[in-house]
Design a protein around this ligand. Structure first.
Ligand SMILES: [Fe+2]
Length: 293
């Protein structure tokens, strides 16, 4: 297996090993896991992706999340992002729930930080790619942590922040998060710094889902979160992935932010399938939990 750097200090293409190799071989799995811990985002090109292969590959890195309530894929290991109405095959209207979800997905975020069990990794495959737009852009929360002034790192070392699903959805439309979703996903509080036990590297851990910093007045917390977001995603520190058929991207939700980019969604279909791997003690999740609150 070889790797080729893609982004500014993070992100790499994996060469010589594909999804099927990881399913079949512990050595291939271990090599990919090592690259994942090192580079945060991995690109596999030319894959013959099926739902079964994607799920089997993803399970090699930990337990899979089940699709969240009221989403396409609820009750399965698949999160389905698409503007195609599955019943009719037509493209959905801009005010359709899936269109609004796509817009929420275009906010900088890390997957599942609003869940009681956050995710270590996501695996995304492109099944239908629009002719323009629809890229996925990444930023490194690990490199952003390293770039922070020492006094800010010290201030944030033991800070905690609140994450909720409704906070990011409310930025798009007031009713995008349903009563059932709000009830299923109440706010959760996490340390604002996630240390990867494999290499000791710290990352910021915030997202569009982050609503407040514990112990700070709301306005002050909002201001600090906005400054940190700008810092993480500053020009020159992001990497845009333009999807090709057969591409699969795996990213570290502990150490990156990502966002979908818009595309002419009333003219062109896009279908992406995500599997999501729940963080375990080996991924450092226990240190995220507050001692109090
Ligand atoms: Fe996402």
């Amino acid at each position: 297996m070889q790797t080729r750097m893609l982004g500014p200090g993070f992100g790499a293409e994996v060469l010589g090993v594909g999804l099927a190799d990881v399913v079949d071989s512990d050595a291939a799995r271990d090599a990919v896991r090592e690259a994942f811990d090192a580079y945060s985002v991995l690109l596999f090109r030319g894959q013959q992706v099926t739902d079964e292969l994607q799920a089997a590959f993803s399970r090699r890195f930990g337990p899979l999340e089940t699709g969240k309530v009221a989403s396409l894929g609820e009750g399965t290991p698949f999160s389905i992002l698409t503007n195609v109405d599955r019943a009719t095959g037509a493209l959905v209207a801009p005010d359709h729930k899936e269109s609004l979800r796509a817009r929420a997905n275009q906010l900088w975020h890390t997957d599942s930080s609003y869940k009681r069990e956050p995710a270590v990794a996501s695996v995304l495959s492109a099944r239908v790619i629009p002719p323009a737009g629809g890229e996925t852009e990444f930023a490194s929360q690990r490199l952003a942590w390293d770039r922070l002034p020492a006094e800010v790192r010290e201030r944030l070392h033991d800070a905690f922040a609140w994450h909720s699903y409704s906070h990011s959805r409310d930025q798009i439309a007031p009713h995008l998060a349903s009563a059932r979703e709000r009830e299923a996903m109440p706010p959760v509080c996490w340390r604002i710094r996630w240390r990867n036990p494999a290499n000791g590297r710290d990352s910021l851990y915030i997202a569009s889902h982050t609503s407040a910093i514990e112990g700070l007045a709301p306005a002050e917390g909002t201001r600090l979160l906005a400054e940190l977001m700008d810092h993480i995603t500053a020009e020159g520190h992001t990497w845009l992935h333009r999807w090709q058929p057969g591409d699969v991207v795996m990213w570290d939700n502990r150490s990156t932010l990502h966002r979908g980019r818009p595309w002419p969604a009333t003219d062109h279909a896009r279908l992406m399938v995500r599997t999501t791997i729940t963080a375990t003690a080996a991924d450092g999740v226990d240190a995220l939990r507050p001692l109090r609150h």
